[in-house]
Design a protein around this ligand. Structure first.
Ligand SMILES: Cc1cc2nc3c(=O)[nH]c(=O)nc-3n(C[C@H](O)[C@H](O)[C@H](O)COP(=O)(O)OP(=O)(O)OC[C@H]3O[C@@H](n4cnc5c(N)ncnc54)[C@H](O)[C@@H]3O)c2cc1C
Ligand code: FES
Length: 490
């Protein structure tokens, strides 16, 4: 599965890894958060390096649906459920700030964007109440939203909220432009350098990578979920995988806008250069019996409403959601004020990643704004604690289920069919065997992060961890999540 964005030919300027080099700022992760932060630091004359484990955009940013919107489904309602109104206001102000920065950067730097109205729509009376709540909250924070009945989709909508003049783009055009600008300012963008450990107790911070060690005054973890255990952020966010597809359509069928359903299963709709993009069907990473069935369902739904649609690409990615639905941005506990993190954009990282990057740069260089100050001082309310307990109970249940399931069932003698994987007992421990492209590979079935048992993802031919969302290729290599090391071959 490759995204429409990653499938296009383009040049992203990158640099070689310099073992032993010292930087002012090392940014771990080459997605939107990491590259915007690197550019902002480089503009301030800081010596900066981005270390990316895979390739630029390989994480969520190269696999997003790429809507740049201040109307974000029912995000304000989700935030309000767990926070005071002042936090909702600060989140909206930060989103507006990020939106303005991103549009200005794109327009002045030649990154193509298309302005579109954004819609959150309901198909039922109960969904319509969610639309009404989001409308009221959006008005309360100053967004010029409107209520409409017909959202302009090829099926009836009960009601919708519309925010005019939002935007959509190809996110890889943005990353290519950011990487170019970072290089022009003397920064380095390095691919295939996985950070394995960070020692911050003494100055400078020592960063161990798969290519050697470098040092820096500060390290920013822009890795989706943080790769370090300090602060236990991996347990404070939930990892959700979701799906996107692009389609060629018969002439005259393209909808005019960017749409997100407020009901589940989530449906996301936008267009790009004459193609239709649909998305949704998310689920917690590693907890879906057949991710392929989610892919097929999304294709069927699209074909039902846009007859004659021909799928060109199908892809998926994961993003992280904090229990209180406000991103975690700031210094990492026990990082001696030298390690920072940003995570938990709840699938709104085009603005969330920019807002986080701007916050981290002001945290380190000074100049904090009011919305940043308010978000830094967010209080944890009782419903957040209750949600956290529920989420961690679910994680515990998946540990128990994975281990019990693997230990009662011996690994079958027959190798799995092409594209399939199976977990079972080998000796005394869980093992994971799969066959992909004719190669059968047997690995430890125990996640290298914190020991949950992995499950097979039949859509992407990967081993996914139901505890905190780490993912591994069929040969055991790390693909994403908090794990820094692969699954061992057995
Ligand atoms: C299906 C889907 C659709 C979405 N649609 C939208 C949308 O329409 N609008 C919107 O605003 N948001 C959307 N989002 C959310 C948005 O895409 C993300 O929030 C955003 O891309 C996150 O950016 P990031 O830079 O924080 O992380 P990423 O883009 O995931 O980048 C993190 C990088 O860190 C690297 N990394 C990880 N570990 C290491 C390590 N140890 N060493 C070095 N590098 C490492 C990874 O390889 C990765 O490239 C969507 C998300 C999903 C999943
Ligand atoms: S991701 Fe934490 S145990 Fe697997």
């Amino acid at each position: 599965m490759i995204s429409l964005w990653l499938d296009a030919l383009r040049t992203i300027p990158t640099h070689t890894f310099e073992p032993g080099a010292h930087y002012d700022e090392v940014i771990v992760g080459g997605g939107i958060t990491g590259l915007v932060a690197a550019l902002l630091f480089a503009r301030e004359g800081r010596r900066v390096a981005v270390l990316e484990a895979r390739t630029i955009g390989a994480g969520a940013t190269g696999n997003t649906t790429g809507k740049i919107s201040q109307l974000q489904g029912t995000q304000l309602s989700k935030i309000k459920r767990f926070n005071y109104q002042s936090i909702v206001q600060a989140y909206a102000d930060g989103t507006r700030d990020a939106f303005d920065w991103l549009i200005e950067y794109a327009e002045s730097g030649g990154v193509p964007i298309e302005r579109r109205d954004a819609y959150s729509y309901a198909e039922t009376a109960s969904g319509s109440r969610a639309v009404e709540r989001e409308y009221e909250l959006a008005r309360s924070v100053g967004l010029p939203v409107q209520k409409v009945v017909d959202a302009g989709l090829p099926f009836p909508t009960f009601s919708a909220v519309r925010l005019p003049d939002q935007a959509q783009f190809d996110p890889m055009n943005l990353l290519a432009s950011l990487a170019t600008d970072i290089g022009l300012l003397g920064g380095r963008v390095v691919e295939r350098a996985r950070v394995l450990g960070v020692r911050a107790a003494s100055h400078p911070v020592r960063i161990e990578t798969s290519r050697g060690e470098v040092t820096a005054a500060h390290v920013i973890l822009a890795t989706g979920t943080p790769i370090l255990s300090r602060g236990l952020y991996f347990a404070k966010v939930a990892a959700e995988r979701s799906y996107a597809q692009s389609f060629d359509l018969p002439a005259g069928q393209l909808p005019d806008g960017m749409f997100l359903s407020v009901e589940t299963p989530t449906r996301s709709v936008r267009t790009w250069r004459g193609q239709l993009l649909t998305g949704g069907n998310g689920h917690p990473v590693g907890r879906e019996a057949s991710p392929q069935s989610r892919v097929d369902d999304l294709t069927r739904w699209t074909e039902q409403y846009w007859p004659g649609a021909v799928r060109t690409h199908a892809w998926s990615a994961q993003d992280y959601s904090a229990m209180h639905h406000v991103p975690f941005v700031g210094w990492l506990p026990r990082g001696f004020g030298r390690i920072y993190l940003a995570t938990g954009y709840d699938k709104w990282g085009m603005t969330g990643g920019v807002a986080a990057a701007r916050t981290l740069v002001t945290d380190i260089l000074g100049g904090t704004t009011e919305w940043q100050r308010v978000l830094h001082h967010r209080a944890t309310l009782a419903p957040v604690i209750a949600r956290g307990i529920g989420e961690n109970a679910a994680v515990g249940w998946w540990y128990a289920r994975g281990w019990a399931g693997a230990l009662v069932r011996r690994l079958p003698d027959a190798v799995p069919a092409e594209g399939m994987g199976v977990v079972g007992r080998s000796g005394l421990l869980p093992a994971a065997v799969s066959t992909v492209d004719g190669v059968t590979c047997q690995l430890s079935g125990i996640c290298s992060h914190l020991g949950a048992v992995v499950t097979w993802n039949d859509a992407e031919h990967s081993w996914d961890c139901p505890a905190h969302g780490s993912r591994f290729a069929s040969d055991g290599a790390v693909l994403g999540g908090p794990a820094r090391r692969g699954l061992k071959r057995t």
